[in-house]
Design a protein around this ligand. Structure first.
Ligand SMILES: Cc1cc2nc3c(=O)[nH]c(=O)nc-3n(C[C@H](O)[C@H](O)[C@H](O)COP(=O)(O)OP(=O)(O)OC[C@H]3O[C@@H](n4cnc5c(N)ncnc54)[C@H](O)[C@@H]3O)c2cc1C
Ligand code: SF4
Length: 330
């Protein structure tokens, strides 16, 4: 591991200024991803600006009835928060489905959003990788890709985003707030992660040097009947091979409102807009759920060794919608 400098920021403006003073500096949240990447040489910052003591560690109601979640709230505190569990249960479930208790107590909301892909070529500095070294190639396309993308990928990169939390946030139309040297800004999560295209090294639309300060969730009564389901290769302590965050509102047997987002299928959390379109206003039955899943997956372009994900995601969407409908009927 290379030598690096370390500074702890105590206020937001100071954190942004410290980072701006050094082009090779990085913000440090819980360090559960960044420090691992430093150990393997994927990340080589000259300086770390620790943001864990910034006053951004609260989960609060907004004036309009949504939630504001500070960037340094730990994943553990987020999942345990009573308002998160009551009003956005899929978010609490998604966070709890990730990592381990110890890691969740260290990991922050800001760091979770910005964690990097687990593609084995990305984390191995002896291999080419367009995301790590632009223009060097993507060995995953013809190589190991059983857990790579089936939606929205390009020949330049087929990696998936690893966050569970971000999938639930995508379903609930979260907005990311940030601070820069030029003032504050915000981005809907739907625009926060960039499409992969031919620039996989550009992952988010955050301006350079921006500090994520928090997330807001708009009020969403439908979210109270929501669920996150994650499929992984072993029962715990593993990243998703496919996941679904869904919320469903059914009245008189008809779908009145639905939120659906998919994880581990694309370079970013995938809002299932086609499925939502088929579901909205349709009879709440198995036929509709299957038609919605099929509509979403029409765009799937599996690689030779990850075609199983198309079937998996179809079954997962149908199963989660069926469970939510049964729960709503009780
Ligand atoms: C063994 C293991 C298993 C895991 N399993 C899962 C899993 O199943 N599901 C899952 O979703 N995740 C999983 N994770 C990932 C874990 O959730 C992330 O490592 C964690 O959320 C990152 O948060 P952090 O605060 O530690 O980020 P850090 O490692 O500190 O930072 C990550 C990145 O975010 C940047 N950053 C941090 N805070 C800010 C900020 N406020 N503004 C701007 N940039 C910032 C850093 O510069 C860095 O680039 C696992 C991790 C490990 C080690
Ligand atoms: S899939 Fe993306 S991250 Fe993985 S090797 Fe290819 S370019 Fe790199």
């Amino acid at each position: 591991m290379r030598e690096f400098g370390y500074q702890r920021a105590s206020d937001v403006a100071g954190a942004v200024a410290l980072l701006g003073a050094d082009p090779d500096a990085r913000f440090l949240g819980g360090g559960t991803n960044l420090v691992d990447l430093m150990k393997t040489g994927v990340e080589r910052p000259a300086r770390l600006v620790d943001v864990r003591e910034l006053p951004l560690d609260r989960v609060e109601m907004t004036a309009v009835g949504g939630l504001r979640i500070g960037a340094t709230v730990t994943n553990g505190d987020l999942a345990a928060h009573p308002e998160v569990r009551r009003r956005y249960p899929a978010l609490a479930q998604a966070v709890l489905a990730g990592a381990s208790g110890q890691l969740r107590n260290m990991a922050t909301v800001g760091g979770n959003l910005l964690q990097r892909t687990r593609c084995g070529y990305f984390t191995d500095v002896t291999k080419p990788c367009n995301k790590r070294v632009p223009g060097s190639g993507c060995p995953a396309v013809a190589g190991e890709h059983h857990n790579h993308a089936i939606l929205g990928a390009s020949d330049h990169c087929v990696a998936v985003h690893p966050s569970d939390m971000a999938v639930a946030l995508t379903a609930f139309d979260a907005v990311v707030h940030f601070e820069t040297a030029n003032g504050p800004g915000e981005l809907p999560l739907a625009e926060f992660y960039l499409p992969v295209a031919d620039t996989p090294h550009r992952e988010t639309a955050l301006p350079p040097g921006a500090l994520v300060t928090g997330i807001t969730l708009p009020p969403a009564p439908t979210a109270a009947n929501s669920r996150y389901r994650k499929v992984r290769e072993r029962a715990s302590y593993a990243f998703a091979i496919g996941s679904v965050a869904a919320a469903l509102d059914i009245r008189d047997g008809v779908v009145r409102d639905v939120r659906l987002a998919l994880g581990a299928v694309a370079s970013r959390p995938w809002r299932a807009v086609e499925a939502e379109r088929v579901l909205t206003g349709a009879p709440a039955d198995a036929e509709t759920y299957a038609a919605a899943a099929d509509a979403e997956l029409t765009a799937a372009r599996p690689l030779p060794h990850n075609g199983y994900k198309v079937t998996l995601m179809r079954n997962l969407m149908v199963a989660v919608l069926t469970e939510l409908a049964e729960e709503a009927a009780r």
